[in-house]
Design a protein. Structure first.
Length: 670
């Protein structure tokens, strides 16, 4: 059998078996958000210890979404969160058509289990927990908040605390921009619990809010004993880039609010601020944490004491690499350090670099300051890295809301605009460039996604960056509306496949069943499966973890980046899997097929540590050994499969040294 035929049979077997029996993609939740949190627009955090283990957990809501419980398992004194999809799943079953922007937890029936109050455009709704701490059985109460909901409008934020010192929980409600009608936005209403600590009943009680002004378009109350005097103080979040703080100069039975302007001085880059107090650093005092319009969660640590607090910004508790909204994705080694960095646009037209501060096999991403190359647009930028002039560095080709294509050529440390390549291209609205060498002739062609399927254009590079409209290369593809295309060899068969994101969050995959010179597109619904975002998916595939398989990174409307590890594609190999060009390579493997051992000859160009691995075609490491090489030359090693318990089949021998890899396909006969 010819080696090329063997390669194609192996590839076909791998694709068929993994599609039918294995998960294609595994989410990498902490890659761009190290805490594990997904931060959506208008985040509303509420901190509580749901399981009484001493760690502060978090329910996180967003605009017109559903709350997610994140369980905190701190690492090195910093929060680290894992979502618990089961904790609030019953709420969606009880209220299938209702969403909520806020959720607070409080034990309203005094049974030792936190109950849940949801709030938003449908008013307040109470769910009693009649199960256990960690496995709740939610029972909806349809009566308690009926008199409250008639007064608070359709976008209200609740906060609970004992404001009259009688041992039960009272209620403050901040009013919002009630689109469905309601009271004046920005006022805060007080409700006294006239029931008990096990059977609540709420009545309007203006004395709780005497002296509190209208603070803007929204009011977001948070109660805490800020100065340690045993009385609840009040911080009001709002959408005027600041907080208003009121110290309680009354008693535990009757609050008297006095405005204090100098305690909570915070950043003003986020116009919308939704606060909560929690001991995020575990030092015994309450810190300030708040959600923002762009979704970032920001913390100000109390570096003072319980009685004399000092709030100091600390960005290390909730780090995240994200942009304001409508993130896009392009991956390439921008800084030449051997790993992939990320280029993104944003809803306000920025062009930002998310630098990989990790390595080619262990990536870590950090958003850098400012616009890359001082490039920006009026709105909805869509930049992509590509060496379009073939001079060895990364240029930038960008789309924008205006439907045009912009080219910026890298010149030394800066960029200069080129207006001749695509100067006449205008697809109407929301242009999305997808550079690709579609005909394998060595130059860059350009697909341009658009608002409408009919407006998508493909431009063939006929030489020297002369672009000519060509309708043949993308024949048979239905792009849909508001499409976000990109190319990648998803199945590692040597040609370019097509990913298409959409405004609705879904992703289409078109497999290239033709050749690298002449593509034939067939839609494949199994490879990507059910991966999607809430809104505006922007998919891009590249090998971000160094296992030779293209992984998937998706931008979305909230400005996040979500990464998925490729678990299905065969390791990218040639017939003998010749490896990385250069003097470091696997010379031979003999015998092959083998059982249980074989001899491996490796040509080494310089000294260093050599790592030799036997891996499955899907990347699972079966055996590995390390050898110190003191001088260049050809070395022979033994690879042994006898102790692995592996079945008869094809495997990959991988050698790694000085940042380079070489591969060889082997057949093990058990």
């Amino acid at each position: 059998m010819k080696r090329t035929a063997l390669k194609h049979i192996l590839t076909l077997i791998l694709i068929l078996s993994t599609v039918s029996s294995a998960q294609n993609w595994q989410e990498m939740p902490g890659l761009f958000s190290p805490t594990g949190l997904e931060m959506k627009h208008f985040t509303a955090p509420f901190f509580f210890d749901y399981d009484n283990d001493g760690d502060i957990d978090l329910t996180l809501c967003s605009l017109s979404g559903r709350g997610v419980l994140y369980i905190n398992n701190p690492v090195n004194g910093k929060p680290s969160y894992t979502p618990d999809p089961a904790y609030l799943a019953q709420i969606a079953l009880l209220e299938p058509n209702k969403y909520y922007s806020y959720a607070v937890h409080a034990d309203l029936d005094n049974d030792g289990r936190p109950d849940l109050i949801t709030a938003g455009f449908t008013g307040l709704t109470l769910f009693y927990n009649k199960g256990t701490l960690t496995q709740p059985d939610w029972i909806k109460d349809s009566l308690l908040f009926v008199p409250v909901n008639s007064l608070i409008g359709s976008d209200a934020k609740p906060e609970l605390g004992d404001l009259d010192g009688d041992g039960d929980l009272d209620l403050l409600v901040g009013t919002g921009e009630s689109l469905l009608g309601g009271p004046e936005p920005g006022i805060t209403l007080g409700f006294r619990n006239t029931g008990s600590n096990s059977l609540p009943s709420f009545e309007l009680y203006p004395a709780f809010v005497t002296g509190l002004p209208d603070i803007g378009r929204n009011s977001y109350p948070a109660l805490s004993d800020v100065n340690g005097d045993g009385k609840l103080d009040l911080l009001l979040g709002r959408d005027l880039s600041s907080f208003t703080y009121f110290r309680n100069n009354g008693t535990v039975n009757e609050p008297v609010w006095v405005s204090q302007s100098n305690l909570f001085v915070v950043e003003n880059s986020h116009y919308w601020k939704n606060p909560d107090f929690t001991d995020i650093d575990g030092d015994g005092d309450n810190d300030l944490v708040y959600g923002t319009d762009q979704g970032n969660i920001i913390s100000y640590q109390n570096t003072g004491t319980v009685t004399s607090p000092v709030y100091t910004y600390n960005g290390s508790f909730f780090p995240v690499a994200k942009v304001s909204g409508n993130s896009t994705v392009s991956l390439a080694d921008y800084d030449g350090d051997g790993d992939l960095d990320l280029l993104t646009g944003a809803d306000l037209g920025q062009v930002r670099l998310v630098r990989n501060t990790g390595t080619a096999t262990a990536p870590a991403f950090e958003l850098t300051a400012g616009n890359l190359g001082n490039i920006s647009f009026s709105s909805q930028s869509f930049p992509r890295f590509v060496d379009i002039d073939k001079d060895g560095d990364l240029d930038i080709v960008s789309g924008a809301f205006d439907g045009k294509i912009y080219v910026y050529l890298k010149n030394g440390s800066g960029y200069s605009q080129n207006t001749s390549m695509f100067g006449t291209v205008d697809i109407g609205w929301s242009s999305v460039p997808a550079p690709v060498d579609i005909d394998n002739d060595g130059d860059i062609d350009m697909l341009v996604g658009a608002e409408a399927n009919a407006d998508v254009k493909f431009y063939e590079n006929t030489g020297n960056n002369v672009y000519v409209l060509n309708t043949s290369f993308m024949s048979g593809v239905n792009f849909g509306s508001y499409n976000k295309p990109s190319f990648a060899d998803i199945d590692n068969d040597g040609d370019q496949d097509l990913l298409i994101g959409s405004l609705w969050g879904t992703i289409k995959f078109y497999e290239n069943t033709g050749t690298p010179e002449l593509p034939v597109w067939v839609q494949n619904t199994q490879i990507i499966g059910n991966i999607e975002r809430d809104q505006s998916s922007v998919p891009f595939a590249a090998d971000i973890d160094g296992d030779t398989r293209p992984d998937l990174v998706i931008g979305d409307a909230d400005g996040n980046f979500i990464a998925y590890k490729n678990m299905f594609a065969p390791v990218g190999v040639e017939d003998e899997i010749a490896g990385t060009p250069g003097d470091f390579r696997i010379e031979s493997v003999y015998p092959n097929p083998f059982n249980p051992m074989t001899k491996v000859k490796v040509n080494v160009s310089r000294a260093g540590e050599l790592l030799m691995q036997l891996i499955t075609p899907t990347g699972e490491v079966l055996t590995e050994s390390r050898k110190e090489i003191s001088a260049p030359g050809t070395y022979e090693f033994t690879a042994d499969m006898g102790s692995t318990g592996a079945a008869t089949g094809f495997y990959i021998l991988r050698c790694i040294m000085n940042g380079k890899s070489s591969f060889f396909k082997v057949l093990y006969l058990k």
